[in-house]
Design a protein around this ligand. Sequence first.
Ligand code: SF4
Ligand code: SF4
Length: 352
Amino acid sequence: MESSWKLTDTQLRKWLSGLLDGNSVVAPVEEDGVLLFRPIASEDQAVVKPSGKTRWSPKEFLFPRSEALYRYNFKGGTVQLEDPPVPEEHQVLFGVRSCDASGLVRLDEIFLSGTKDRLYAARRENTTVVSAACAAADVECFCTAVGYSPVGEEGSDVQLVPLGEDWMLRVLTDKGRDLVSDAGDGWTAATAKDGKRIAELEKSVAGQIERSPVNREWSQVLEEGFEHGAWDRLAQHCLGCSVCAYVCPSCSCFDMNHEANAWCGEQCRSWDACTFPLFTHHASGHNPRETKQERYRQRVLHKFAFREEDEDPFRCVGCGRCVSLCPAGLDIVNTVSAAVEAIREEGADAAR
Ligand code: SF4
Ligand code: SF4
């Protein structure tokens, strides 16, 4: 399947320009000094760099912040149900970092397992991911510490690898092949030497990440120490603002709201977060996660524990957004290692 080419920046932009014909292209753009994923109308708008990531992940282009799931009208004595149309235009997510491409696969595991989510599945089917490997780590990045890679292929249909001034373009899937099928004008085939640069890049970026690895055995320790008193201390400064969940590429919590009047209505889904008290508030008034300690523990453990098998990847892909943006300065990796240390030193049942 794999075929790869070496492109100049000009050739890459020409290809991107061609993608705008017949596709909705979403790429990193700079808005008020902040890098964000936005639909682009021209290749000049895209910021495609060897490193650096957007403030928010690209997940909202598969799992929108808010959307209607169904609508209804009362007509005479009957109720007419209506499914909102699924998006038909093909979408290209361009310049997605490797961590974020893996984040989309973690979302797939939620929305596409068992009964598939109709709207998510339609968008996913209609989306091709062009990822961009990293030539440098941001200060908050820790992908390698949680089992991912700055040049990881997971979730990518086409991968761009920065090679100094040039880019290597690697086709990884049939969907990716469709995107380059009529391109390649003047492109040169990548050589084995170019291929070796991928491993060199991975080693070089991994060397910039100073975090110690999160050990896979820690999942079990965290689960055994679920009731450990350390969580009171570790969650003490959490404000419950949920910034961490909103910016996270793999967080998938949502709430359902019903908007209606006497004639019609719609059922909406909106992003929510397990760090909000109302997320688990039952209609009876009971809340199984009443304290912020329980809620913060839930978010951390959902990323690093509750895994069905040892082979499952962590649900944290190491993008570091929640670390850099938490207003209380909480750091999910430090929390995990501190919890594991406390559980091991004091025993899993140490009281609150
Ligand atoms: S961990 Fe930080 S970002 Fe997340 S809810 Fe708590 S204060 Fe907000
Ligand atoms: S938990 Fe934090 S570092 Fe991990 S993927 Fe989510 S936002 Fe990124």
